[in-house]
Design a protein around this ligand. Structure first.
Ligand SMILES: Cc1cc2nc3c(=O)[nH]c(=O)nc-3n(C[C@H](O)[C@H](O)[C@H](O)COP(=O)(O)O)c2cc1C
Ligand code: SF4
Length: 688
């Protein structure tokens, strides 16, 4: 019996019948046009998730007022001219068997154009204060909500979702004591006054659309802050919401008053399914279905939530970015083929990095947001593809090319696959599922993986490839520092080589790691997994008590956190104003906060001058500093390395360089490069 069968029982929201209990949560993508229109890109994005089997898709926040913009390329249902675009989206989603509804909202304080709210407050996203709405302005806004819901119905949507969660946007702000400080009939004094705008809006929508048009309400079960709403309040309010016309309650949690939405789009250290207990408590007081959202990233936990009656429907946001086919894979007994979300936050960061020209992308799924433009070209015959380097980029390219019907030979000079992903998965365990997924997929798809094989032009040409993909990774440059050769100093490339299992490079390079390489037999290195290294490191770690890591990037910061967690006193010495500038602000902030909580120290804008047996001498501006250190890591800087790619030019009809050998790009860069190369090589006609 399928262990996930409970997820595939049909369920109804009002008269909306879902084929299963899996819903996709709203995600702002910035795939809309600058004029609020639905685009082909947005449609293709949703179509892919519908094809992947989700029962219900939520289309991202649609502003009920065209004069109120939420994001640079957000959507709107504030005018009849938008109906046609939404209708096409609905048609394409329905054709794949999913139900679909838009999230409708007035951005309120979060507006980029004319921020308004219950009282004056500053929106974290824009940094702008909003104006308090006069009571007589509320009536037309409720009308806008109702009109938007009617347009949604005309477009063919199966229902609408109303956003009143997170003390966010207009309804969420009125509902929360944190933001509602008015003292009129819609004011913050009591639950009755704070919920009045929401209840009247629900009634208005139901009157306009008809009672049979399903309405889902997104609400925080509790707001998780000292001046926010409590669960008991939601329990008191919920039956009134249902009486007003709500057909389904969607339980999220927290408030989103930091720009990085830390309580909503939670990082790797937040408990899985962190809103489920609260959802279960709300479910006890209502008769309508309850959905729950928030880090339900484990299918096993998701099915348990449904089995135990904690919620009727589970909502996934990021898991469906990472793997749109997730529901179908579970339904068909293909659990092992699921590509899991790493909670790396690239999806949020890709929008925060350049807010006026930024679209959402997923680090582990190169097609996410590119479904409309990126497809493998059709080819008539099976090609022989030689991929060199079995790190993230090489494994992903091999996986895709094999999946597209080609014969793939994957050459790896080390004794096992993974490359720098092994280090990334060791120091940050949330990365480990990607390593296992890629390894398992290349095996399942019949990729010919040749370990301990160094590639050169003659060897590659002898394989007579139609296409060559060079994915040999970065060269890690370490600056010459006086004392860098001392025995307690570990060079980044040595650490990487050790963890990649390339023993040859280690012997004689550095006493301790060289000794390890010599003494431990080859099978040990071959079968070593990141979790083994973590377990071993808890018992024995070749680092002194005080560790100084010299480095600027995410890897250096992750290593610092890893060692600090293992009881070392770690100082990260970085030349940059802040470490990990190679990732976006959300991931960086999460990583830094964890390191900080553990007691780690960052010294920014500091350059190392020398290392002695007992200390690191550095310079910060004009000032010289000294830091006691028993162990030092010179993490180094990854740089592009075109050596092999240059040597292989012309070795096949198609030659690609991908991943870090073209310049550091982390997992996201490696995956998207691999996707582009695999698409250019193409898919064999008739292959699935
Ligand atoms: C890229 C991105 C955009 C989001 N945009 C919205 C949004 O427009 N409206 C909303 O209510 N929630 C939004 N969210 C929050 C998600 O709906 C969801 O609550 C959150 O990601 C937690 O679920 P997950 O752990 O399954 O990702 C967004 C999340 C992500 C990752
Ligand atoms: S970008 Fe990272 S956090 Fe976002 S969905 Fe993809 S893997 Fe998950």
């Amino acid at each position: 019996m399928n262990p996930f069968s409970a997820l595939f029982q049909p369920v109804s929201i009002g008269n909306m019948q879902l084929r299963n209990r899996i819903a996709m949560s709203a995600m702002t993508t910035n795939y809309g046009s600058a004029d609020f229109e639905v685009t082909e890109r947005l449609i293709a994005f949703h179509e892919a998730r519908a094809r992947g089997g989700a029962g219900l898709l939520t289309v991202e926040m649609c502003s009920v007022d065209v004069a109120q913009r939420y994001q640079p390329q957000a959507l709107s249902l504030g005018d009849d001219r938008f109906i046609a675009g939404h209708r096409e989206l609905v048609r394409r989603v329905h054709a794949q068997g999913s139900c679909v509804q838009p999230q409708i909202s007035h951005p309120g304080p979060e507006s980029m154009t004319d921020p308004v709210g219950p009282s004056v407050c500053v929106a974290a996203g824009t940094g702008w204060p909003c104006r308090a709405l006069a009571e007589q302005e509320l009536e037309p806004i409720m009308e806008q909500y109702a009109a938007a819901a009617v347009r949604a119905r005309e477009a063919g949507y199966d229902g609408v979702e109303l956003h009143a969660a997170h003390a966010y946007m207009l309804l969420g702000s009125f509902l929360s004591p944190q933001r509602n400080r008015r003292d009129d009939g819609y004011g913050g004094q009591t639950l009755e006054t704070r919920s009045r705008l929401l209840l009247e809006t629900i009634a208005r929508i139901k009157r306009a659309t008809g009672a049979d048009f399903p309405l889902t309400l997104r609400i925080s079960g509790h707001e998780g802050s000292f001046d926010g709403r409590e669960l008991t309040e939601t329990q008191r309010l919920a039956p009134k919401l249902v009486a007003a016309g709500v057909d389904c309650l969607q339980i999220s949690g927290g408030v989103s008053h930091d720009r990085l939405v830390g309580q909503i789009v939670c990082g790797a250290d937040t408990a899985d399914g962190h809103n489920t207990a609260v959802a279960a408590a709300v479910r006890q007081v209502v008769s309508v279905p309850v959905m729950v959202v928030g880090r339900l990233h484990s299918p096993e936990l998701s099915v348990q939530v449904v089995n135990e009656g904690r919620a009727d429907i589970v909502m996934w946001a990021r898991p469906l970015l990472a793997d749109p086919e997730l529901p179908e894979k579970l339904r068909n007994g293909r659990r092992a083929e699921v590509r899991e979300c790493l909670s790396c936050q690239n999806c949020i960061d890709s929008m925060l990095l350049a807010p006026f020209d930024a679209n959402m992308h997923c680090a582990v799924n190169g097609f996410s947001g590119r479904e409309h433009s990126l497809r493998p070209v059709p080819v008539e015959r099976r090609k022989r593809v030689v991929v060199i380097g079995a790190g993230t980029a090489g494994l992903e390219a091999a996986r895709q090319c094999a999946g597209n019907g080609h014969e793939v030979i994957l050459l790896e000079r080390g004794p096992r696959s993974g490359g720098s992903l092994f280090l990334a998965a060791t120091v940050h365990g949330a990365n480990e599922p990607l390593l296992h997924y890629l390894r398992a997929e290349v095996q399942r798809l019949g990729v010919d993986l040749r370990l301990n094989t160094c590639a050169d032009r003659a060897g590659v040409s002898a394989l007579a490839p139609d296409a060559v993909i060079v994915a040999t990774g970065a060269r890690v440059a370490v600056a010459d520092v006086p004392g860098g050769e001392l025995p307690h100093v570990l060079q980044g490339p040595v650490l990487r080589q050790a963890l990649a299992g390339r023993r040859q490079g280690l012997v004689g390079r550095e006493p301790l790691w060289g000794w390890l390489a010599r003494c431990l037999p080859a099978p040990f290195w071959r079968h070593l997994q990141p979790r083994h290294v973590r377990a071993l490191a808890r018992r024995w770690l070749p680092f002194g008590k005080r560790v100084c890591i010299v480095g600027d990037d995410l890897v250096a910061l992750e290593l610092a956190e890893f060692l600090q967690r293992l009881g070392r006193r770690v100082t990260l010495l970085t030349q940059a104003p802040v470490p990990a500038l190679d990732v976006g602000p959300k991931r960086r902030q999460e990583q830094l906060a964890r390191f900080d909580r553990l007691g780690g120290q960052v010294l920014a804008e500091c350059a190392v001058r020398a290392i002695t047996a007992v200390e690191v001498i550095f310079r910060c501006g004009e000032r010289e500093g000294r830091l006691g250190a028993d162990s030092v890591v010179l993490a180094g800087t990854p740089c592009s390395d075109a050596t092999l790619a240059s040597a292989l030019q012309g070795a096949a009809a198609q030659v690609f360089s991908i991943g870090d050998c073209t310049g550091p790009g982390l997992i996201a860069g490696a995956v998207v490069d691999a996707t582009h190369a695999a698409c250019a090589i193409g898919r064999v006609y008739g292959e699935s």
